[in-house]
Design a protein around this ligand. Structure first.
Ligand SMILES: Nc1ncnc2c1ncn2[C@@H]1O[C@H](COP(=O)(O)OP(=O)(O)OP(=O)(O)O)[C@@H](O)[C@H]1O
Ligand SMILES: [Mg+2]
Length: 337
């Protein structure tokens, strides 16, 4: 009797295991979603341009452009240009902006060709953003397959045109866990990534830029020397840089409006007041001072008489203080938040 019971239980377990195996297989064979491997190059536009980026990010743009345009000089001297770089550091310091500007600057000719109706407008650089949201998939083997297809397409294109592969939020890929629901899949994706960073590094015409706020979460093997040529740290702007940042945005608003919307500003004072601001904070606080004035005018003015509104230093200082409160930029920061 006991034996019979055990036999039945074993049988039940077997059936259960078989059912699970079949489910897993189905899971394995789920087709890759149709648009999952759609590889779309970044669009080229007239702005943002080189003059819109300051500090370390601006220097990175210049260096990158030289490396791509003058790759032959490096090669003739027995070295490679910088092929793979990781931009790490503070939020709002221009990592993502730098990539857009590189794409716009190197492809300037393409825009002219389109405008002058050139019969065959051509890219000088393809920027291929690796879209973690789109290419990530919970299916076993497919995340790594999609990634491999992405890189293979890039290698093919690189036979004719320089390719810039960009990976924003790189830590999500390179921490080797957490992207899909399966640890095994995450490991496979990481292995595929490492293999292809090495191939990209050794393949002419392929450049890779990775970006992250969380360098410490990245697998150390993924970012070791030889796979990554340069680690560039993006710090918050210092006093001089903040000064330039305030100057830049004030002049930009005035020139876009075509008259002095911001009058009598003192960027040196604003720079002193904003010790822990990123460039993004600087730009947003000045913009918000002008937006507030525009809102006030919109309420009072009738549509027929719209006065050319302007603001002065006092409003800028208030906006900087308000931004500090809203974004908790008063206290010394602890950790990443
Ligand atoms: N170096 C800079 N020079 C001029 N403007 C900047 C700079 N850095 C950031 N900005 C402004 O802040 C905005 C956000 O910057 P960006 O998205 O490039 O930051 P990020 O470093 O990628 O931040 P995150 O780490 O959060 O992704 C830009 O669109 C731009 O308006
Ligand atoms: Mg970014």
């Amino acid at each position: 009797m006991e034996d019979e019971k055990k036999r039945m239980e074993d049988e039940k377990k077997k059936m259960w295991d078989e059912k699970k195996r079949m489910e897993d297989e189905e899971y394995l064979e789920d087709p890759i979603p149709r648009d999952a491997i759609l590889i779309v190059p970044m669009e080229v536009s007239a702005t943002p341009k080189r003059s819109d980026i300051l500090g370390t990010a601006g220097k990175f743009v210049d260096d990158f452009i030289i490396n791509v345009k003058k790759a032959g000089i490096f090669e003739s001297m027995g070295v490679q240009p910088t092929k793979t770089a990781i931009l790490e550091g503070e939020k709002g310091t221009g990592k993502t902006l730098a990539v857009q500007i590189i794409n716009n600057e190197i492809n300037k000719k393409l825009l002219t060709e389109i405008m002058t109706k050139h019969p065959n407008p051509t890219f000088s650089l393809f920027t291929l953003p690796y879209d973690i949201g789109r290419y990530g998939t919970p299916y076993i083997n497919q995340g790594s397959k999609i990634m491999q297809t992405f890189f293979d397409t890039a290698y093919q294109l690189a036979k004719q045109t320089p390719i810039h592969i960009t990976m924003d939020e790189f830590d999500t890929l390179a921490e080797g866990r957490g992207l899909s629901q399966s640890h095994k899949e995450d490991k496979k994706v990481l292995e595929t990534l490492m293999k292809n960073l090495q191939i990209s590094h050794d393949t002419p015409n392929v450049y890779v830029t990775m970006m992250t706020n969380l360098i410490d979460s990245c697998d150390s093997a993924a970012i070791r020397a030889g796979r990554i040529d340069k680690r560039i740290r993006f710090e918050l702007p210092n006093y001089e840089e903040r000064h330039k940042g305030f100057n830049y945005i004030i002049e930009k608003i005035n020139s876009t409006a075509g008259y002095k919307v911001i009058r009598g500003s003192k960027p040196d004072l604003l720079a002193e007041m904003s010790e822990r601001f990123s460039y993004a904070d600087i730009i947003q606080s000045v913009n918000s001072a002008v937006t507030k004035k525009a809102e006030e005018i919109s309420i009072i003015e009738t549509p027929k008489v719209i006065k050319a509104g302007y603001i002065k230093q006092g409003r800028l200082e208030k906006a900087v203080e308000k931004h500090k409160q809203e974004y908790n930029l008063n206290e010394k920061r602890i950790g990443f938040c």
